[in-house]
Design a protein around this ligand. Structure first.
Ligand SMILES: Cc1cc2nc3c(=O)[nH]c(=O)nc-3n(C[C@H](O)[C@H](O)[C@H](O)COP(=O)(O)OP(=O)(O)OC[C@H]3O[C@@H](n4cnc5c(N)ncnc54)[C@H](O)[C@@H]3O)c2cc1C
Length: 434
């Protein structure tokens, strides 16, 4: 019997250690209002412990210092890390650095060139460099990257890049960017786009601002986690700063986004579980209109629905991870798309119900729920808006259906066919009854 919902005991031990470590060492940091630089100092010894345990940057292949765990195990790890905004950074797997490290690794595999390893990848993994991923543009639809207008032209031994990007997460604190640009406008964008490494100090790179958002409406420039608007004007970088080969941009984006979505979804489940725990704790503590909240059917419905939705999202995500491990990201495309929109909605629903259970306290910043709620809203937009993923799933499902004038299940038509099929039997029964 191949169905198996268990985690092997040796790995379960690692997960148990992570759970305790997060609660004891990482949760308390959330309340201290530290700057990024202060956080970097405080978490150093914690990062050392993670390295000693062999859990640092676990998403990378073993030859690059990762553990070769596969997506199911990584998913289970991310479910724990997602409980705190500091979880991923302590474990060397915070976005966008983790995704960019994967891009560099996949790019080296595609091109066969290895010089990016020492210059960019290793310092990124060691945490001595920070990165940004510059794909989305303010004036073209990010949901359709075939519309990208940023151009990179080869001039001698250099790429010359011109374009405007925004929402480059960590753009104002990054040491380098991976920029997606059109390198050949004469072929389909799937073959004509590339990714290029651009050091932040290159002449022509201007970080215009950090964009205020629901996450941080009165944004302070230069904070870790901000989203920057960046102008690239006649930016010249060496030809070899190309990630992978010319024209590999879309393939690289797919390689980065597949596992990334599984990790996001599992981190969302970690967040959902925290919101769920808060909801249940409040339900058994708050008394109103003659009973505890836990005895009101509406609150019970919220708890039951949240539990069912989280369970469904978890099984769907782990199944997508399992399929990726078995047959690769391309074959798991539909499952990955499904968990993107399903998981984002579950996250939003559970936090919303939990916040409602707390009333004014939930709306206040004395509880983490209002911040979690604002962050959760973005999940329906980034990594591709939910509507695009729904479209992927629907299109794939529709492929196996043919148009028919008479519906296959039309009862009168089926009845006529059945009467013909069983005519002899029906005749015999009618005769014996008569
Ligand atoms: C918190 C956050 C962090 C981000 N970080 C980064 C980053 O580090 N680097 C980066 O490059 N980008 C980043 N982004 C940008 C993100 O990738 C884009 O916002 C996303 O791809 C959508 O593009 P858009 O905002 O241009 O929306 P648009 O493409 O303009 O889409 C707007 C809306 O149109 C609808 N829509 C689009 N297509 C369809 C369709 N086919 N069917 C039905 N409806 C549709 C959807 O409702 C969608 O929300 C980030 C975004 C957020 C919110």
């Amino acid at each position: 019997m191949a169905w198996d919902f268990e985690t092997e005991p040796e790995f379960e031990e690692k997960l148990a250690w992570m759970r305790e470590f997060l609660v004891a060492e990482i949760f308390p940091l959330e309340t201290l209002d530290l700057t990024y630089d202060q956080i970097a100092v405080v978490i150093k010894p914690l990062q050392e412990q993670v390295k000693e345990r062999g859990l640092w940057a676990a998403h990378l292949p073993p030859e690059l210092g990762g553990m070769g765990f596969g997506q199911v195990r990584l998913g289970l790890m991310h479910e724990i890390l997602g409980q705190s905004p500091y979880g991923p950074v302590v474990f060397g797997s915070n976005a966008p650095d983790s995704g960019n490290a994967e891009l560099l690794a996949v790019g080296m595999e595609m091109s066969g060139r290895t010089e990016h390893r020492a210059q960019w990848l290793e310092p990124l993994l060691a945490g001595s460099l920070r990165s940004g991923f510059s794909m989305t543009e303010p004036h073209t639809a990010g949901s359709d990257p075939t519309l990208l207008s940023t151009r990179a032209v080869l001039d001698g031994d250099e790429w010359v890049i011109d374009g405007r990007k925004w929402y480059t997460t960590n753009g104002s604190v990054a040491d380098f960017f991976i920029v997606m640009a059109v390198t050949n406008p004469d072929v389909h964008p799937y073959q004509g786009s590339s990714m290029i490494i651009v050091p932040a100090t290159t002449p022509g790179v201007t970080v215009l601002r950090d964009v205020g958002s629901m996450d941080d409406p009165t944004v302070t420039y230069g904070k870790f986690g901000n989203h920057a608007e960046i102008l690239y004007e006649s930016v010249r970088v060496p030809k070899d700063n190309l990630v992978g080969n010319e024209g590999d941009g879309f393939q690289l984006a797919q390689a980065r986004l597949g596992p990334g979505r599984i990790h996001h979804c599992m981190r969302w489940l970690g967040q959902s579980q925290r919101a769920f725990d808060m909801m249940c704790e409040r339900a058994v503590s708050r008394f109103t209109h003659g009973t505890l909240l836990s005895e009101k059917q509406t609150v019970q419905n919220w708890i039951a629905d949240s539990m069912a939705e989280m369970h469904a999202a978890r099984l769907m995500t782990l199944h997508a991870a399992w399929k990726m491990d078995k047959v690769g990201a391309r074959a798991a495309r539909v499952e990955i798309a499904m968990i993107k929109y399903f998981g984002a909605q579950v996250l939003y629903n559970v936090i919303d119900r939990s916040l409602q259970t707390y009333g004014s306290l939930g709306y206040s910043s004395d509880m983490p729920l209002e911040a979690m709620y604002r962050a959760a809203r973005a999940a329906r937009i980034y990594d591709g808006p939910d509507e695009v993923h729904r479209q992927t799933v629907a299109r794939s499902m529709l492929k196996s259906y043919e148009p028919r004038e008479t519906p296959t299940d039309h009862i009168p038509t089926r009845k006529a066919a059945a009467q013909e099929k069983f005519a002899a039997m029906l005749e015999f029964m009618a005769a014996s009854e008569g």
